[in-house]
Design a protein around this ligand. Structure first.
Ligand code: ARG
Length: 457
């Protein structure tokens, strides 16, 4: 097989080298973006007077033919042609004869590959933004449905203070809203034209890059040809956004895995989203959630992998940069799967109000007993000590705060009066947290309304 660059060489490439250096096995997923950019490039070449109208028309026609073959799955990518760009160029030459080779005028694979990646990423990020929006909306709906459900909150995985369960779902919605913002920022950085940068130094044909940018729908034009071809910071932004979002999905999964265990029993997962055991008949395992939790590891790995590839690379393009694609593709595929899985789980989630209520009270009310004494003029530190000794005594006696009597309380402080007993209701206690961002019914309702407006619900 003759190579596009064979003129310089005196012997054929080793087969091992062909196999080792090829990227078409994975960069073929950029094929349609490669065609899209070639169509725009041909118009830029024509505008610059480098291609006649007739030449431009026939190259565009041939590109569309190749595109059709690819979409129909009839195009055969050849590894010995190295990458997706050379495969498509070769097909044009086969179709049009030597004239097909004019498409690569004023272009290098170095600016070509970055352009493909940026076109591809704009679509991928938009897809992820859609999935994120679906997930956030589901969380808002869950919050609406669980406004009246009281639940324990945890710190150090020890019961902390009662909350309205809606507050918990809104907490994850906030996290995914921040993730969304990260992807929007990544999109803005991705949305810039590299084409017209050539291999490294720019192009010696009068190409109107702003025209190309407009044709391809890029918001801006990269301002330095070396940066445009040699840098991959924009990919790190995407990989980092995937990693952080994966971390949030992993934490949500961990909660739901714990909560669906017999020990917690706070939620039930639908059978259709669980799997069984080959040996233990009783098992219903939360595998989707476990895999989401586990896949965060790949997302971190991919980020670290590219960071490591990039460190120490001399300006500008180096073949090492070909190693950007597999981690990138893997992170995008992985994250899309995780977002889909999490949405499915949240759609089928059943909340066990009785179990949550039973776990919400008890010692979680201790802070409010201390604060009651603060209301009577006791310094907080002193109040904390008094209620702490009450808790220690109850623990020793195997009792809970839930069934404490006024007499019990008064042996620890005469300041406790009848009205303290209403603090033994976890929902009452939750509703005392009225600061902005707190879990009281009023505050949570405001946040649900705000979230609904923001989500267009
Ligand atoms: N397959 C290459 C990559 O992914 C395309 C650019 C190759 N450029 C070159 N001069 N060999 O980076």
């Amino acid at each position: 097989m003759e190579k596009a660059w064979e003129g310089r060489f005196r012997e054929p490439t080793e087969e091992f080298v062909e196999e080792f250096t090829q990227s078409v096995s994975f960069d073929k997923r950029l094929a349609l973006y490669d065609i899209q950019q070639s169509l725009a490039h041909v118009e830029t070449l024509q505008k610059a007077g480098i291609l006649s109208q007739q030449e431009a028309e026939s190259i565009k026609g041939a590109l569309l033919k190749v595109k059709e073959k690819i979409t129909k799955g009839e195009f055969s990518f050849r590894r010995e042609l190295e990458d997706v760009h050379m495969n498509i160029e070769k097909a044009l030459i086969e179709e049009l004869g030597p004239m097909g080779g004019k498409v690569h005028t004023g272009r290098s694979r170095n600016d070509q590959v970055v352009t493909d990646l940026r076109l591809y990423l704009k679509e991928e990020i938009n897809h992820i933004l859609d999935l994120l929006s679906g997930l956030r909306r589901r969380l808002v709906r869950l919050a609406e449905e669980t406004l009246e459900v009281v639940a324990p909150s945890y710190t150090h995985l020890q019961r902390a203070q009662p909350i309205r369960l809606a507050h918990y779902f809104l907490a994850y919605r906030e996290a995914f809203l921040e993730d969304t913002d990260r992807f929007v920022n990544a999109f803005r950085r991705v949305d810039a034209l590299a084409l017209g940068s050539g291999a490294v130094a720019g192009v010696d044909f009068p190409l109107d890059r702003f025209f190309t940018a407009q044709k391809l729908g890029f918001r801006s034009v990269l301002r330095n040809s070396m940066h445009a071809t040699g840098d991959r910071g924009f990919l790190l932004d995407v990989l980092y956004s995937c990693a952080v979002c994966g971390m949030h999905l992993s934490r949500l999964s961990e909660d739901l895995i714990l909560w669906s265990s017999e020990e917690f029993g706070f939620v039930e997962l639908p059978d259709r989203l669980c799997t069984g055991s080959s040996i233990m008949p009783q098992k219903k395992n939360p595998d989707v959630l476990e895999l989401i939790r586990g896949k965060a590891g790949r997302l971190y790995g991919n980020l670290l992998s590219l960071l490591t590839v990039l460190k120490g690379l001399p300006m500008a393009y180096n073949r090492d940069l070909q190693e950007d694609k597999e981690p990138l593709f893997d992170s995008l595929d992985t994250l899309k799967g995780c977002l889909k899985g999490a949405s499915l789980v949240l759609e089928g989630l059943k909340v066990r109000e009785d179990k949550l209520r039973a776990a919400a009270g008890g010692f979680t009310l201790a802070t409010d007993l201390a604060n009651y004494l603060v209301g009577k003029g006791v310094p907080f530190r002193e109040a904390h000590r008094i209620v702490g000794s009450l808790v220690a005594k109850l623990v020793e006696e195997g009792r809970s705060l839930q069934d404490v009597t006024l007499e019990d309380l008064r042996t620890f402080s005469p300041l406790f009066q009848e009205d303290v007993l209403k603090l033994l209701d976890p929902l009452v206690v939750a509703d005392r947290r009225q600061t902005y961002g707190g879990t009281s019914k009023e505050r949570v309702k405001e946040q649900i309304e705000l979230a609904k407006r923001e989500e267009g619900l």
